[in-house]
Design a protein around this ligand. Structure first.
Ligand code: DON
Length: 568
């Protein structure tokens, strides 16, 4: 491995001096999530004696009301739990392919991927997992009743909440995008008379659905009138989910993937997410690197991360998929020895072309462009309680407002998560991500995800709860927050709020957010063989870190978007 010190590359350039002050501090509990109402729902539960899992369930249901782009009951997600006594769990409530799904379902007769079939309408919908996942978390690790934890969400749906600018804007956008989806336009766009910021948004249909779930649990969603309406609405839009698919949905408790980085324990999501394995494998590749004399976002720093990212995303494209269906070589991918091997061709003076970083058996995958993604939305939130339990949750409908199919009369949107499968080997999904056999479509299989809810601990005690939305950029976003804090000593609020960059192997390009790389550094990088492209809308990180001075918790919402935190 060539870790040559190249001084001329350490042209450090600090464009950003954000230094957002930590104003969210609590010793008893902290919630950081997109909406203030959702944070308050979590804090209410904590103040009433609930633990972080109870609060996380309350926050999830609240986001299903206040953030219809991503918060959901018609989608899925992942939850990482670190209990104060050291027990660790990963809850998988990823959507599943319906029983009638098959490998070539998004291809035409000539074998070409049919545009929008996997992203819009009934066939795009995976069997939703959120209600089952939240129930599993509550039953196993919570302490409160469903009745109590769902109360804040039901109140928000019934009484309404004030529409913030970003939601009104999204509704305006949806009004055009969801043409032909009448129920969606009726509920979220008032049939074209779009809501303005500051108006109150009430959702009586959704309140009714939530009350059913509150009363009957899984049976209130996966069976009975909600399930019947769900099947009918999907079928009206060309989909094939059946009542049996719904009844058979199961959320799973899995073992989190665990790694170490400079003495910290890193806990993250196993398959069907690629997030945890890719994150830990990148951290393993970074561990021998010395960042002390490296300028933050200098060409040298950007190169170090970009090279590590390329290798991990190349491996992702071949080796990662639902481990219930495909033998994921998890132990190997997580080992420090494999990481060292992966970096033998690393050259600190020049870019290793993506063409030469093929994962094994994957030489045909060449020249593939990043797919367009005009809108995307997922949401991450973090929770800690007074006992030291911590919960990290990322949940999504995939794209903003998912498939645009709203269940008629029940007020909730369905995901378009089927697009996260690999429709065809070598055909990129909407995030430009490539897949292969490991992520091919099969009945009841879970599509590969990039969601990376993560918790870091030192000596068994949680020090950071972190995660983000952002499709393929999720994993590199979480990586950069950890790198900023651990290797550059940034406080959490800076680590979250400074701009970011991203490489995902294909296309062979470094994407960068506004202000992330100076023009001078770009020149140095181009000289080393890198191509650079601007990218807007890096995921909203919502993190919580242990405060070293007073011993409480600091909430760090991403201020680049309109995120929030609450503490007590
Ligand atoms: O599971 C995944 O990786 C994607 N469905 C996440 C989508 C996403 O993050 C979109 N938004 N920001």
């Amino acid at each position: 491995m060539k870790f040559v010190s190249v001084l001329f590359l350490t042209l450090s350039f600090s464009i950003v001096a954000l230094a957002t002050q930590p104003s969210i501090y609590g010793e008893n509990g902290v919630v950081v999530a997109h909406d203030l109402e959702a944070c308050e729902a979590g804090i209410e539960i904590l103040k009433n004696g609930g633990n972080a899992v109870d609060a996380a369930v309350a926050v999830s249901y609240a986001l299903a009301v206040t953030l219809p782009q991503a918060g959901n009951i018609g989608g899925g997600g992942f939850m990482i739990i670190h209990m104060a006594d050291g027990q660790k769990f990963a809850i998988d409530y990823r959507e599943m392919a319906p029983g009638k799904a098959h490998r070539d379902m998004f291809l035409d007769d000539s074998g070409k991927v049919v545009s929008q079939l996997s992203t819009r309408g009934g066939l795009a919908v995976g069997v939703p997992g959120t209600v089952a996942g939240l129930q599993l978390a509550l039953d196993n690790y919570g302490s409160m009743t469903r009745k109590k934890v769902m109360k804040p969400a039901i109140k928000l749906a019934q009484k309404g909440f004030t529409i913030p600018f970003d939601l009104a804007y999204s509704f305006g956008w949806l009004n055009k995008a969801a043409e032909g989806f009448d129920e969606t336009r009726r509920i979220f766009c008032r049939d074209g008379d779009i809501y303005k910021p500051g108006e109150t948004f009430k959702q009586p249909d959704l309140a009714g659905t939530l009350k059913r779930i509150q009363k009957k649990g899984n049976a209130g969603f996966y069976e009975g009138p909600v399930a019947e309406a769900l099947v009918k609405s999907i079928s009206a839009k060309g989909g094939s989910i059946t009542l049996e698919d719904l009844k058979n949905y199961t959320a799973r408790v899995r073992e989190p993937v665990v790694g170490t980085y400079r003495g910290l324990e890193v806990l993250s999501m196993p398959p069907p997410s690629s997030g945890g394995i890719a994150l830990i494998s990148m951290l393993n590749m970074m561990e021998p690197m010395i960042f002390d004399s490296v300028g933050w976002h200098s060409a040298q720093h950007i190169q170090m991360l970009a090279e590590v990212e390329k290798r991990a995303y190349a491996d992702r494209s071949v080796w990662l998929g639902d481990s219930d269906f495909f033998e994921v070589p998890q132990e190997k991918l997580l080992s420090k020895a494999y990481a060292a091997l992966r970096m033998v061709d690393y050259d600190s003076l020049s870019a290793t072309p993506s063409d030469s970083i093929y994962p094994l058996n994957d030489r045909e995958l060449a020249g593939i462009e990043l797919g367009g993604h005009e809108s995307e939305e997922t949401t991450h939130f973090s929770v800690v309680d007074k006992w030291g339990n911590a919960v990290s949750v990322t949940t999504t409908l995939n794209w903003s407002f998912g498939s645009y199919v709203t269940v008629e009369g029940y007020g909730f949107l369905l995901n378009n998560e089927m697009d996260d499968f690999s429709s065809k080997p070598g055909a990129p999904n909407s995030f430009g991500l490539l897949g292969n056999e490991a992520n091919a479509i099969a009945p009841k299989k879970r599509m590969l995800s990039s969601m990376t809810p993560t918790i870091l601990a030192r000596d068994g005690k949680v020090v950071l709860v972190v995660g983000a939305p952002g499709g393929s950029t999720i994993i590199t976003t979480v990586l950069q927050v950890i790198n900023n804090m651990v290797d550059f000593g940034m406080p959490v609020h800076d680590a979250v709020n400074v701009p970011r960059f991203h490489h995902q192997w294909r296309p062979d390009v470094i994407h960068y957010g506004p202000g992330a790389i100076s023009p001078e550094t770009m020149e140095v990088l181009r000289g080393m063989g890198y191509e650079l492209t601007p990218r807007y809308g890096y995921g909203e990180v919502n993190a919580i870190a242990r405060d070293k001075i007073f011993g409480g918790w600091i909430g760090a919402p991403d201020l680049k978007t309109a995120s929030h935190g609450a503490a007590y």
